[in-house]
Design a protein around this ligand. Structure first.
Ligand SMILES: Cc1cc2nc3c(=O)[nH]c(=O)nc-3n(C[C@H](O)[C@H](O)[C@H](O)COP(=O)(O)OP(=O)(O)OC[C@H]3O[C@@H](n4cnc5c(N)ncnc54)[C@H](O)[C@@H]3O)c2cc1C
Ligand SMILES: *[C@@H]1O[C@H](CO)[C@@H](O)[C@H](O)[C@H]1NC(C)=O
Ligand SMILES: *[C@@H]1O[C@H](CO)[C@@H](O)[C@H](O)[C@H]1NC(C)=O
Ligand SMILES: *[C@@H]1O[C@H](CO)[C@@H](O)[C@H](O)[C@H]1NC(C)=O
Ligand SMILES: *[C@@H]1O[C@H](CO)[C@@H](O)[C@H](O)[C@H]1NC(C)=O
Ligand SMILES: *[C@@H]1O[C@H](CO)[C@@H](O)[C@H](O)[C@H]1NC(C)=O
Ligand SMILES: *[C@@H]1O[C@H](CO)[C@@H](O)[C@H](O)[C@H]1NC(C)=O
Length: 627
């Protein structure tokens, strides 16, 4: 709804002819969307490889195989990403949009209690680029120990590093310390650079606040150490989002060789009598008609539909927990723990009201419409505040067990202090943005109206910093199951956040740290304090501080949408990402990781996509040599 509104506004302001001018002069008419070729599918057609899902893992996997000379089909349930996905400053608005699966989730009654129907929001990209087309564009790879500690052959940091480097097209190496050089590549296909300047002075104040707690400034969290407060590099290039659709699928050489079918949802894998995957079945929209087609792969099928989509397709195809499949009458092809033990980065939403700033431009997505000049400026030149992601590029990582709560400072007294347990992510709502936009604000956040109205009242005269401390290694585990054998029904997602008390304890530590943060000089100078929302069933802060925050955490629970583990290496997959118990079927997306990386997850998903292409090509080479 937001998007139509903004588009209308742009049309009105720019006028028809001017709009054409705006769009024609950009090399690939980004302003009008639709710049990826679509393949008209024929029933029973045959390819060498079929890749399902054009997101973080799937786009690189398909592009690499096609560039290597194979005949490859890539299908995605979504279509072209909208114009708004390309504008860095509008990222938050994409939640709940047409490019978001916005999967429903099942409540566990101990988390997300302030969300509508107590259902945690579960956003995932539904378009070319997948979640890399709707995410917040922060580029962090995680910790080397995230990979070393897996103890899987071929998955140590040293094994994976070449794949992280292969796709990295860092534009700003000259702005990083010389010690960063060995950790980066400047010529990869995913061009990345620092975000544009938001012009918001809280940018530096947030950094100074953490530094006052002895958190070091770290110029590059993708090098020697992850620890510190940083200005993170973004999946952006020349003021525009760099999704895997742009980085891989929009390349001329890829377009010439790769077949991409949009609006094509995979409903299952086709097997022969020997459990070889020989193709997929899809539903494909042709006008208003839904067609069911069978498409064949001479060599292999690769599932990259994400942690939810891949688990759903596997179970629909008879690969999953036998008891569950039996209960739905699905013949069991391989009894594997698909959809078990998923984990996700989870956080409490903490609001810090600050005085309305005369210096802070209206950079919040919710204000973008009130400043259509910004939109026109972005369309014309890819500059201005919409080329930034606000204060979100200031991010902070450290281990809460290395924070001295008495002295209020981060210390470094063991090697584990290099393993962050928390990541603080920020966003900024300029004053008086929510009051006129309560419904859109609700539809993007999914919070209930009582919370929206309290925020709205605060926001009338004050700006709000949203400070979110992400628990990087949560203990809670959830599940994904089918709700029915109908592939068009969403699966049953049970995130089960905060079912393990230790995650609540980590959040409590993070809130104490934020209480210390707002008492550092920059925050004090601006009268900042943490907003104490009134929550049903929670004690008042002043009568029971810890009880209040414990209760608050269970109400304002939120995800950064990083879930992993539904088709994990070792349990469901072998070390080369092949599904156990069947042949010619691999998985390459975030579902393969047994544990979360300590950082944002797109980098890992893309590396996995690069990785699978090498596994597949190496195997194909062996077969050719043998033959
Ligand atoms: C709102 C949001 C913010 C985020 N912020 C960041 C960030 O700042 N930095 C970062 O590094 N990471 C971030 N992430 C996470 C990151 O984007 C994902 O971890 C990554 O994209 C996952 O890659 P994937 O290949 O596993 O899945 P996806 O990228 O989600 O791709 C899966 C694709 O499969 C398609 N699909 C699903 N089911 C089917 C089916 N049955 N048939 C055909 N196609 C199907 C989907 O449409 C989608 O295109 C964010 C994610 C979200 C949602
Ligand atoms: C595809 O193959 C099936 C089974 O052989 C057949 O019934 C169907 O008609 C074929 N479709 C087309 C378009 O040829
Ligand atoms: C949550 O509460 C509802 C209503 O009491 C109940 O039906 C449901 O089983 C509970 N869920 C869990 C996971 O305990
Ligand atoms: C990129 O740079 C690396 C290291 O300098 C080099 O080995 C590689 O061939 C280059 N790749 C391309 C595509 O230019
Ligand atoms: C899931 O977690 C349970 C409990 O910790 C464990 O017994 C089981 O082995 C795990 N399953 C997988 C697939 O890792
Ligand atoms: C390091 O310091 C923290 C904070 O004071 C303390 O809790 C922790 O026990 C110390 N760890 C070691 C290994 O000394
Ligand atoms: C903080 O509050 C004091 C007292 O209410 C006020 O005088 C001062 O102007 C405020 N500071 C800012 C930056 O708003």
């Amino acid at each position: 709804m937001w998007q139509q509104l903004a588009w209308l506004l742009l049309l009105m302001l720019a006028g028809g002819s001017q709009l054409e001018e705006l769009t024609n002069d950009s090399e690939q008419s980004y302003c009008t969307g639709g710049y990826y070729n679509d393949t008209i599918l024929q029933d029973n057609s045959t390819f060498d490889y079929i890749v399902v899902g054009a997101g973080g893992g799937g786009a690189p996997a398909a592009a690499r195989l096609a560039l290597a000379g194979a005949y490859v089909l890539l299908v995605d349930a979504g279509g072209d990403p909208s114009l708004f996905t390309k504008i860095p400053g509008m990222a938050v608005m994409l939640l709940g949009s047409e490019n978001d699966w916005a999967y429903p989730t099942i409540s566990n009654n101990v988390s997300c209690l302030s969300s509508q129907q107590q259902q945690c929001r579960f956003s995932r990209g539904k378009c070319l680029g997948g979640s890399t087309s709707i995410n917040y564009m922060m580029y962090t790879r995680g910790n080397r120990r995230d990979y070393d500690d897996l103890g899987m052959k071929g998955w140590s940091w040293q094994d994976l590093k070449p794949y992280f480097l292969k796709y990295e097209g860092l534009q700003d190496l000259d702005k990083l310390p010389l010690t960063s050089i060995p950790y980066h590549n400047t010529n990869g296909t995913m061009k990345i650079e620092f975000f544009g300047n938001s012009g918001n002075s809280w940018h530096s104040r947030i950094a100074q606040g953490f530094q006052a707690l002895n958190v070091p400034f770290n110029p590059d969290v993708n090098a020697e150490s992850e620890i510190g407060v940083t200005q993170v590099i973004g999946y952006v290039y020349e003021g525009e989002r760099m999704s895997t659709a742009r980085g891989y699928l929009a390349r001329g050489d890829v377009k010439r060789v790769l077949k991409v079918a949009k609006d094509t949802q995979c409903t299952g894998v086709i097997f022969d009598e020997n459990n070889n995957a020989i193709g997929i079945e899809v539903m494909n929209k042709e006008g208003s008609e839904n067609r069911i087609l069978r498409l064949y792969a001479r060599k292999e099928v690769i599932l990259s539909a994400g942690t939810i989509g891949t688990a759903q397709i596997l179970m629909l195809s008879g690969i999953g927990p036998a008891a569950h499949l039996n209960s739905l009458g699905i013949p069991v092809r391989a009894d594997l723990p698909v959809g078990d033990n998923i984990s996700d980065h989870v956080l409490p939403l903490i609001y810090i009201p600050v005085p309305r700033g005369h210096d802070a431009p209206r950079i919040n997505p919710f204000s973008a419409y009130s400043n259509s000049q910004d939109l026109i400026k972005w369309c014309k030149s890819r500059t201005g505040t919409l080329a930034s992601n606000g204060v979100t590029d200031i991010t902070v990582m450290f281990n809460s067990h290395c924070y001295d709560f008495d002295q209020r400072k981060l210390i470094h007294n063991s090697s584990d202090c290099e393993l962050p347990s928390l990541q603080f992510i920020h966003s900024f709502i300029e004053y008086n943005q929510i009051p006129d936009n309560e419904n859109p604000f609700q539809s993007t956040t999914g919070l209930n109206m009582d919370i929206i109205q309290q925020l709205s009242a605060t926001n009338k005269n004050q700006a709000i910093i949203v400070a979110t401390p992400v628990v990087l290694r949560p203990y809670s585990r959830g599940t994904i199951r089918l709700t029915s054998t109908d592939p068009l029904q969403h699966p049953a997602i049970f995130p089960n956040y905060l079912s393990d008390e230790r995650d609540v304890e980590e959040m409590l530590r993070s809130i104490t740290i934020l209480e210390h943060l707002v008492e550092t000089p920059e925050y004090v100078a601006h009268n900042a304090s943490i907003l104490r929302l009134r929550l049903p069933g929670c004690p008042e802060y002043l009568e029971d501080r810890e009880g209040y925050w414990t209760c608050y955490i269970r109400h304002l629970t939120y995800s950064v949408f990083h879930a992993v583990g539904s088709a994990r290496l070792g349990a469901v997959l072998d070390e080369q990402l092949r599904v156990r118990g069947v042949a010619r079927l691999r998985v390459a997306d975030l579902s393969v990781l047994p544990k979360l990386p300590r950082g944002n997850t797109a980098a890992a998903a893309i590396a996995i996509g690069e990785r699978v292409a090498d596994f597949v090509l190496n195997d194909a080479a062996k077969i050719v040599t043998r033959g």
